[in-house]
Design a protein around this ligand. Structure first.
Ligand code: ADP
Ligand code: MG
Length: 268
């Protein structure tokens, strides 16, 4: 059984289709890139997969995640799956973080929740050890200082590392990264990309990597779906889409990215 099976997923706001008839599967450990320009329906797709669509936005079709149908299932039944089956890392780390809570406690909460679900309980010493080991895993040093910090006391890159640590705390089978580097400067982007790549492989998680930027995901995924105005216009193995794009829209995404790179080179 696939970890994630999406069949004819559509998402509507009133009569307006925002995502149309999207189908794909993701096996354990597989890495898929979902690419498209801003407004093409990428984030709504990730929210539909996790049952987190805002009210008034209606999904139809089927999303089967870790043996559970998501569409039409009441919220409280989905709580069990959130975090453990799939966790999302958002574009803006502050989305995931509570501004008024120290970072160490924010990482400890999902750790304790996951332990309870597994029928264990962690005392405060064990929780601290586990928080520190996650901080090490996301390459954040100075554990004590970081754990005692509030989100605003950290840099954007450090905050995204904390958000990634929180996602990992639940030990999800599927990590959804929704433009996880778009809000960061270029150097930090490269570091976070490398970190995500390492974690996904080390933990053998499946990855749904969402980006408007095809080259950003190319090294991190095996296959790609190109979304345009809510419709999949192209899908295939990453080398294939890169070297032989079939759709004009994919070609234009590639050309735009290459022109941007060339412009950056020109500035040096
Ligand atoms: N709550 C909402 N109500 C109505 N339309 C929405 C809502 N959220 C997003 N949309 C629209 O759905 C489309 C896809 O949005 P989104 O999935 O966020 O795009 P992406 O993540 O690819 O940039 C956009 O045209 C957006 O304006
Ligand atoms: Mg988005």
């Amino acid at each position: 059984m696939s970890l994630l099976k999406v069949e004819n997923l559509s998402v509507h706001a009133g009569s307006k289709a925002l995502v149309s008839n999207l189908s794909f599967t993701l096996e354990k450990g597989e890495r898929l890139g979902l690419i498209g320009e801003s407004g093409s329906g990428k984030s709504l797709t990730s929210l539909a997969i996790t049952g987190l669509l805002p009210s008034g936005i209606i999904p139809t079709g089927s999303v089967h995640l870790a043996g559970q149908e998501i569409i039409g299932t009441p919220d409280r039944q989905l709580d069990r799956l959130r975090g453990t089956a799939a966790a999302i890392v958002f574009q803006e780390p502050l989305t995931a973080l509570d501004p008024l809570m120290r970072v160490g406690r924010q990482i400890a909460e999902p750790l304790a929740r996951r332990a309870r679900r597994d029928g264990q309980s962690l005392d405060s010493h064990e929780l601290t050890l586990n928080v520190n080991s996650l901080l090490t895993e996301v390459a954040l040093g100075e554990h004590e200082r970081v754990a005692r910090s509030y989100p605003h006391e950290l840099s954007g890159g450090q905050r995204q590392r904390v958000a990634i640590a929180m996602a990992l705390a639940c030990r999800p089978d599927l990590l959804i990264a929704d433009e996880p580097t778009t809000a960061l400067d270029v150097t930090t982007q490269a570091e976070i990309l490398a970190l995500l790549d390492r974690l996904v492989r080390d933990r053998n998680m499946a990855l749904l990597f969402i980006s408007h930027d095809l080259p950003v995901v190319a090294n991190s995924v095996n296959k790609i779906i190109v979304l345009r105005q809510g419709e999949a216009v192209e899908a295939g193995a990453v080398e294939e889409v890169f070297t032989r794009p079939r759709h004009d829209y994919t070609r234009s995404l590639l050309t735009a990215a290459r022109q941007f790179d060339a412009a950056l080179e020109g500035q040096k």
